[in-house]
Design a protein around this ligand. Structure first.
Ligand SMILES: NC(=O)c1ccc[n+]([C@@H]2O[C@H](COP(=O)([O-])OP(=O)(O)OC[C@H]3O[C@@H](n4cnc5c(N)ncnc54)[C@H](OP(=O)(O)O)[C@@H]3O)[C@@H](O)[C@H]2O)c1
Length: 258
C-alpha cells in the first residue's frame, strides 16, 4: 500500500527514545523528512545519527517542549531547512501517577505543562505551516485518558484533556483540511521501561514478559515500539485522509473502553 508520505516533513517531540524514536525510524523508512527533539543531547545525537546513517534526511534539535522558545527553535529549524511542515506528533512525555491525596500543586502544574500546554503551544506555532500543507496532527496519549484508575493522576487527567484538545482541534481545523487524531498507548516497550528494568536489576525481556502477564492484556504481551510507529505513520498518511477527531487505543485490548 502506497502511504503517500514520501518527502513529507514531520516533527516528532520526544523522538530521541522509545516510541518517538521508533516512529522517526519508520517515517524515515517511508521517505519522510524528520525533525526530532528531546532534552538530553547525547540521546538525541544518537537517534539523529542512526537516522542519518540509514540515509534519512533528519535533524535533531535539543529542546524542552515546556519552553516556548525551544518549541519556536524546533519549528524554525525545520522550516528553514525544508520550507514546510506537513505533520506534528506531540509525543514527549513521562509517566506520573499518584493518589490525588499524595500529590502537590507542582505535580499537577508540571504534568499539565509537559503533556497538554506544550502540545497546544506546538500546534499554535506550527499552524501557519500546517494550513499551507493541509497537514496532520497526532497527539500521543495513554489509555488512562478513557479509564482513569485510582492512583493514576495527574497523568490520566492530563491525557483526558489531550483527548478533548484532539476533538476540539479537529473541529476547528477541519475546514483547513488539517486532520487531528490521538493514539492511546497501553503498555509498549520503550526507554521508560528499559530504565525501570535496569533500576530493579531485572533482565529486560523477563521484565516485559512479567509486565505483559500481570497487566491482564488480552493479547498477553506488551506492544512493540514498531507497532506504535506503524499506527501513527498510517494516521499521518494519505491512506487515512477521512479520519479525524478519533482516539485510537494501541494496547493489545487492555483498555475496557473502545
Ligand atoms: N511506553 C508506554 O508503555 C507508554 C504508555 C502510556 C503512554 N506513553 C506515552 O508515550 C510517549 C512516549 O513515551 P516512551 O514510552 O517512548 O518513553 P521514553 O522512552 O522515556 O521517551 C520519552 C521521550 O520524550 C522526551 N521528553 C521527555 N520530556 C521532554 C521534554 N520536557 N521536552 C522534550 N522532550 C522530552 C524524552 O527525551 P529527554 O528525556 O531527553 O527529553 C524521550 O525522547 C510519552 O508521552 C508517554 O507518556 C507511553
Amino acid at each position: 500500500m502506497e502511504l503517500g508520505i514520501e518527502d513529507k516533513v514531520v516533527l516528532v517531540t520526544g523522538g530521541s527514545s522509545g516510541l518517538g524514536r521508533a516512529l522517526c525510524r519508520t517515517l524515515a523508512e517511508e521517505g519522510a523528512r524528520v525533525a526530532l527533539c528531546g532534552r538530553d543531547k547525547d540521546r538525541l545525537a544518537a537517534a539523529e545519527s542512526e537516522l542519518k546513517t540509514s540515509g534519512a534526511d533528519a535533524v535533531g534539535v535539543v529542546a524542552d517542549v515546556t519552553r516556548a522558545e525551544d518549541l519556536n527553535r524546533f519549528v524554525n529549524t525545520a522550516t528553514q531547512r525544508w520550507g514546510r511542515i506537513d505533520a506534528i506528533v506531540n509525543n514527549a512525555g513521562r509517566s506520573a501517577a499518584k493518589l490525588v491525596e499524595e500529590s502537590c500543586d507542582l505535580d499537577w502544574e508540571d504534568d499539565i505543562d509537559l503533556k497538554l500546554s506544550s502540545a497546544v503551544r506546538l500546534v499554535r506555532t506550527a499552524l501557519p505551516w500546517l494550513r499551507e500543507s493541509r497537514g496532520s496532527i497526532v497527539n500521543v496519549l495513554a489509555i488512562g485518558a478513557k479509564t482513569p484508575g485510582a492512583g493514576s493522576t495527574p497523568s490520566s487527567v492530563s491525557r483526558a484533556a489531550g483527548m478533548a484538545l484532539t476533538k476540539a482541534l479537529s473541529k476547528e481545523l477541519g475546514k483547513d483540511g488539517i486532520r487531528v487524531n490521538a493514539v492511546l498507548v497501553g503498555l509498549i516497550e520503550s526507554g521508560q521501561w528499559e530504565r525501570r528494568a535496569a533500576e530493579s536489576n531485572v533482565d529486560l525481556s523477563s521484565y516485559y514478559v512479567a509486565l505483559g502477564r500481570d497487566a491482564g492484556i488480552p493479547l498477553e504481551r506488551v506492544g512493540k515500539a514498531e507497532e506504535f510507529a506503524d499506527l501513527v505513520t498510517l494516521l499521518l498518511s494519505e491512506r487515512t485522509s477521512y479520519v479525524t477527531g478519533t482516539a485510537i487505543n494501541i494496547d493489545g485490548g487492555l483498555c475496557d473502553v473502545v
